[in-house]
Write a protein that binds this ligand. Structure first.
Ligand SMILES: CCCCCCCC/C=C\CCCCCCCC(=O)SCCNC(=O)CCNC(=O)[C@H](O)C(C)(C)COP(=O)(O)OP(=O)(O)OC[C@H]1O[C@@H](n2cnc3c(N)ncnc32)[C@H](O)[C@@H]1OP(=O)(O)O
Ligand SMILES: NC(=O)C1=CN([C@@H]2O[C@H](COP(=O)(O)OP(=O)(O)OC[C@H]3O[C@@H](n4cnc5c(N)ncnc54)[C@H](OP(=O)(O)O)[C@@H]3O)[C@@H](O)[C@H]2O)C=CC1
Length: 452
């Protein structure tokens, strides 16, 4: 059977969300490990005054692409940016571009999503559900398509404790919800959101669950796989250890702790902190693309891409790592770092008052008296909002079934297993993730005060 690199040789690949954290790593790994891939078509929107071409060429200049650049200085010739705004009708793809895509695409990786936990329901629905539906409609017009890979999240079903690698019935029929929200004013939707999402913690996990159902509906017509990563962290090995470019998930928490700002957080010390390196998630994604295209499974296969079952690591152990900040604070720390994890709500509230609010009040008083603008209380208010949204995930335990991931691993040739490694070792990974990514961060964002 063809190796993974052999399979991707000569193929045209369509990627959404390529400018995002995971998308960039996917583009890099495809170009580096599958050098004979024919072309990567990236659906990108203009943003912040930059055209989509400018955005893509800036992206290719970043350090992440150094190794690809070394191997093939002309790698950019394989990248074809396509202008697209995913929440517009027809994904706002021009007729010529649509024709190009429908005639040549062999594999689709759908990474784009809003991952904000506080996203208004209507927007989360438009991007995470309706755009997925539109992309599937486009995929159905592609005669040479061999695989459609949808990136979901391991927490799409976080209202269950044990999560199998199957698609669960949706909390509501997606079409019914879309139709009923269409005519409602935003303020009404905001008011009824908590009732609609029910036992989901936020609009993100809720809409990702709905998107899985939209994908499943089409699985008889297309060869589909769903990848469900848990909490995606910095790279473990490739293209170099510790690469990360965002403050999502625990990263923002680590920085705030390393700068001595965050001193208490509610988490269950014994609960599994299911962090998975971005390079491992991308390796699985590429391998799943290969397997789906070559084996054409009859139903959509779901890959729970988690580490807890094989390499459990706990929030309490992460707390131990945070102690190292005491000796090595990040640059321009607010106070000497000393962050503690507690599972006790009242204890946490006490420390928030004593170690967060009181020092912030004093510091703002000092800023006011010295003629400067007070800002510490504002920073803490944002921090409290953020950790309030994360606590749901750090206070509970989930168990994921990883049968399909193991099955996929067993199909990889020894050579592919070296290139597309799928299992991080916690002792090496967690140290690398926390230490190296913090170095990367602290050199780029010298102060958390810059948060405006
Ligand atoms: C004692 C310590 C113990 C440790 C325990 C760790 C606990 C961790 C627990 C659990 C982990 C999470 C579990 C996730 C599970 C699901 C996984 C998935 O499936 S997908 C990924 C999930 N998605 C997210 O992680 C998005 C969550 N974030 C949000 O929803 C928002 O960011 C939110 C509501 C938290 C805050 O929103 P805003 O509007 O206040 O701020 P904003 O937009 O994020 O940032 C504004 C600017 O500030 C910068 N910024 C943010 N944090 C910063 C920082 N720490 N330092 C410097 N700058 C920062 C940003 O880069 C941004 O800058 P610019 O506008 O882009 O230029
Ligand atoms: N990060 C994590 O911990 C985890 C992520 N996931 C899933 O992985 C996928 C990728 O996540 P991640 O890379 O972290 O997310 P990012 O927020 O970093 O990237 C999101 C991508 O989607 C694109 N996008 C958003 N809105 C639109 C739009 N309207 N039109 C066109 N493109 C748009 C963004 O483009 P632009 O640059 O223009 O904004 C960006 O490229 C998501 O499906 C997410 O649910 C799953 C588990 C964990």
């Amino acid at each position: 059977m063809a190796s993974i690199a052999d399979y991707y040789a000569g193929k045209s690949v369509l990627i959404t969300g390529a400018t995002g954290f995971m998308g960039k790593v996917l583009v890099e790994k495809l170009l580096r490990s599958c050098p004979h891939v024919r072309a990567l078509y990236l659906l990108v929107r203009p943003k912040a005054g930059q055209s989509m071409q400018e955005r893509v060429s800036d992206m290719m200049k970043c350090k992440l692409f150094d190794r690809v650049r070394e191997d093939n200085p002309d790698f950019h010739q394989k990248i074809v940016p396509i202008s697209s705004e995913l929440i517009q009708p027809g994904l706002a793809i021009g007729p010529e571009d649509k024709e190009t895509l429908t005639s040549c695409i062999n594999i689709i990786f759908h990474c784009a999503a809003t991952i904000r936990f506080d996203e208004p329901l209507k927007h989360a629905l438009q991007l995470n559900v309706m755009a997925t539906q539109q992309l599937i409609s486009l995929a159905q017009q592609m005669p040479h398509l061999q695989a459609f890979i949808h990136i979901s999240t391991a927490y799409a079903n976080c209202n269950r404790r044990h999560i199998d690698d199957i698609i669960y019935p949706p909390p509501v029929e997606p079409k019914k919800l879309i139709d009923s929200l269409e005519w409602m004013e935003d303020s009404i939707v905001r008011d009824i959101t908590p009732r609609l999402i029910g036992d989901h913690p936020n609009t993100y996990t809720y809409t990702k669950a709905l998107a899985e159902c939209v994908v499943q509906k089409e699985s008889s017509k297309l060869s589909i796989a769903i990848i469900r990563p848990s909490i995606v962290g910095a790279s473990w090995q490739e293209p170099f250890p510790g690469w990360i470019d965002n403050f999502n998930g625990p990263s923002g928490v680590f920085i705030a702790a390393g700068k001595g700002i965050l001193r208490t957080m509610r988490a269950n010390n014994d609960a599994v902190a299911d962090l998975i390196p971005v390079d491992v998630v991308i390796n699985l994604t590429l391998a799943a693309g290969w397997y789906t295209a070559v084996h054409r499974p009859k139903a959509a296969l779901v890959y729970n891409c988690t580490t807890g079952g094989i390499n459990p690591f706990h929030w309490g152990e992460i707390g131990m790592f945070l102690f190292s900040f005491k000796r090595n604070p990040l640059e321009q720390a607010f106070r000497r770092p000393n962050a503690n994890i507690t599972s006790n709500y009242l204890m946490n509230q006490y420390w928030i008052l004593v170690s967060h609010r009181f020092p912030a009040l004093l510091y703002d008083l000092y800023l006011r008296l010295s003629g400067q603008k007070p800002q510490m209380m504002r920073i803490f208010n944002r921090l409290h909002k953020a950790i309030g949204l994360l606590e749901y995930f750090s206070s509970q335990d989930w168990e994921w079934n990883s049968e399909n991931m193991n099955m996929l691993m067993s199909h990889l040739s020894p050579e592919d297993r070296k290139v597309q490694y799928l299992q991080p070792r916690p002792s090496t990974y967690h140290t690398a993730m926390i230490a190296t990514s913090l170095q990367t961060f602290s050199s780029r964002h010298s102060t958390l005060m810059c948060v405006s």
